[in-house]
Design a protein around this ligand. Structure first.
Ligand SMILES: NC(=O)c1ccc[n+]([C@@H]2O[C@H](COP(=O)([O-])OP(=O)(O)OC[C@H]3O[C@@H](n4cnc5c(N)ncnc54)[C@H](OP(=O)(O)O)[C@@H]3O)[C@@H](O)[C@H]2O)c1
Length: 238
């Protein structure tokens, strides 16, 4: 299995890199020139393609021959960084390659996600401030995902909850909409977000899905898991 990681030097990217290498995958990593040294611990076990992730020539070179592309979508600056990255990946990936993209719960595939007023206020305030200072353009991550959802490539958009560092707790659980009770705890270890991205490569049930994820050890996941089991036992008994 040959996998390209677009945004390999960041926090999520480094975790994905480790999970891929543990599985024995051949890895090509794309990262900014100035961040190449962050990949020093793995440089002998991977190929590094330096450059901006929305540089179409860089992406064309990096994804050649890859069975899967894992992309960290972050809407840096005001120059369509996220949508440019997603578009280049979709345009140049091998036909039939698995394309997995990361984003947050604020992205919705079918418009049926229901957000709390706190969540909406935080996103609105953060988005407004980030645009004011021209650091991040959240609307461009929305545009990137709109294009992905409309594409007939074999995509999955993984929607991360709030993140924390720490040892792995196992593969996160997921649901279709952020208001689903299993997601209530809204917390995932970053290494497990990466694990879910890597695991999605070989999980065809996630093709054309936008799973919202949460730690399998979180209160809501454990509570919901027990309820599901109880429901199954009830059905078997009655
Ligand atoms: N942070 C959260 O709480 C959270 C919650 C839910 C979902 N997510 C999603 O998780 C993914 C990873 O986000 P993260 O916050 O954890 O960060 P991260 O993994 O560290 O990724 C940030 C990426 O952006 C690159 N980058 C940083 N500054 C840049 C710049 N000025 N121009 C171009 N590229 C730049 C980094 O590359 P360098 O190594 O070159 O700096 C890195 O590849 C994103 O898709 C995000 O939407 C995050």
């Amino acid at each position: 299995m040959k996998v390209c990681i677009v945004g390999a030097s960041g926090k999520l990217g480094q975790y994905m890199l480790q999970h891929c290498l543990e599985r024995g995958y051949e890895v090509v990593g794309v990262c900014r020139e100035k961040s190449v040294e962050k990949l020093d611990p793995w440089k002998d076990r991977m190929t590094i393609v330096p450059g901006a992730t929305n540089d179409r020539d860089v992406i064309q070179k990096a994804v050649r021959g890859c069975d899967a592309v894992l992309s960290v979508l972050v809407p840096w600056g005001m120059n369509n960084y996220s949508s440019g990255t997603a578009q280049a990946v979709m345009d140049f990936a091998e036909p039939g390659a698995r394309l997995i993209f990361s984003c947050g719960w604020h992205i919705t595939k079918d418009g049926k996600d229901k957000y709390s007023w706190v969540f909406k206020s935080v996103i609105a305030a953060a988005g407004w401030l980030a645009r004011l200072f021209r650091v991040v353009d959240l609307n461009d991550q929305v545009e990137a995902c709109r294009r992905i959802f409309a594409s007939d490539t074999r995509w999955t958009v993984v929607r991360g909850s709030d993140l924390e560092e720490g040892e792995s707790q196992g593969l996160p659980v997921w649901s279709h909409h952020v208001q689903d009770p299993i997601l209530k705890s809204n917390i995932t270890r970053r290494t497990d977000f990466a694990l879910f991205m890597v695991d999605a490569i070989t999980n065809d049930r996630l093709v054309h899905e936008a799973p919202a994820i949460v730690s399998c050890q979180s209160d809501s996941a454990l509570e919901h898991g027990v309820k599901q089991l109880e429901g199954k036992v009830q059905r078997v008994v009655s």
